[in-house]
Design a protein around this ligand. Sequence first.
Ligand code: 1GP
Length: 236
Amino acid sequence: MIYNDILSAKKEGRKLLAVLLDPDKIDMNVLDALILKINASPATHVFVGGSIVQATIIDELIERLKHKTTLPIVLFPGNPSQISNRADAILFLTLLSGRNPDYLIEHQVNAVPILKQTKLEIISTGYILIESGTQTAVQRVSKTEPLARENSDYVLQTAQAGEFIGIKLIYLEAGSGAQWAVPLEMISKVSQNISVPVIVGGGIRSKKAIDQAYQCGADMVVIGTAFENDSDFFNF
Ligand code: 1GP
């Protein structure tokens, strides 16, 4: 089970790295070469998702990934149309930082009949969007405001509320291509004061930034744009 492995990794201090593939941005003609690079990289998981993606492209992408990599494929969906039976698991997201009922419960309810047709492992995830300099796609699509960078106490309070509700992971998100990544001090505060694993993503563009996030307590780091822009990004 993917979640149990994330828990074991946290316990053992084994840091995890997810490569995020956005089907809208991937050039399917070079996919095989990209997968080879992912296999040669330190990545431990492949996340698949984006804000607007069509389901048919997702199925094809995952099918091809499954043939060429043994890494777990985890859906990171923007909405219920992005569910594919071919993946291994799904981050079942609740946008805890926002106050838009569609992203707090409406999409989740609509996803149930689709999920019931699949064997996907469902991993309940509290998704917390943090202000990152410019408006990001998540903000635009979800019509919600991110939480302030300066207020890590409130971010922690939000993560703790998620934990009390019963979520299994906290995802601190600056947004894809973010100008500023999640503040390191915020990662420390949250990871030291909750017991579920912490994923951090958005605007992380260097090995140094990955390592700093780990040192501050991130259990998993997500890399999207840096690998999209440079398929040799992981040659460090
Ligand atoms: C976005 O956290 C992910 O949801 C990854 O962000 O594209 O900035 O790496 P980047």
